[in-house]
Design a protein around this ligand. Structure first.
Ligand code: THU
Length: 139
């Protein structure tokens, strides 16, 4: 049983370290491994824009670089830095992050989108990425 509230709390913790001097849009993610470890990720921006890394990919790349490759869920929160928690909206992952999820996760991988500590919606990867281009290993 996944502890959604714990993952959302971890995502809010991760959001605190977002480096967002350009967009002022702070995102936090908490990625749960199959054996119960949680990797936090935040977005990290660059003045030349394209090197910017989303919070979700930061969490995935931290995990993979530490040797973890099996995941069950990710919680994501995101809002303008001036918007208090609870007054913003959900922050669904971008297309690039969805493709990275497809690389490393099964289609029942869960994506928890939260707009407050206890207000969240849960989707499967299959729901948010239909007709996906799967990596060779899954074909
Ligand atoms: N961003 C994320 O980190 N994750 C998302 O799901 C949406 C977008 C970041 C990228 C950029 O730093 C900022 O949010 C504005 O797009």
């Amino acid at each position: 049983m996944i502890d959604y509230k714990l993952l959302v709390k971890e995502a809010y913790e991760a959001q605190k370290t977002a480096y967002v001097p350009y967009s002022h849009w702070a995102v936090g993610a908490a990625l749960l491994t199959k054996d119960g470890k949680i990797y936090r990720g935040c977005n990290i921006e660059s003045s030349t824009f394209s090197p910017t890394n989303c919070a979700e990919r930061t969490a995935f790349f931290k995990a993979i670089s530490e040797g973890d490759k099996e995941f069950t869920a990710i919680a994501i929160v995101g809002n303008d830095v001036n918007t208090p928690i609870g007054q913003g909206d959900l922050c669904p992952p971008c297309g690039v992050c969805r493709q990275v999820m497809c690389e490393f996760c099964a289609l029942d991988f869960e994506i928890i989108l939260a707009k407050d500590y206890d207000k969240y919606e849960v989707y499967t990867l299959n729901q948010i990425m239909p007709l996906v281009s799967l990596p060779l290993s899954k074909k």
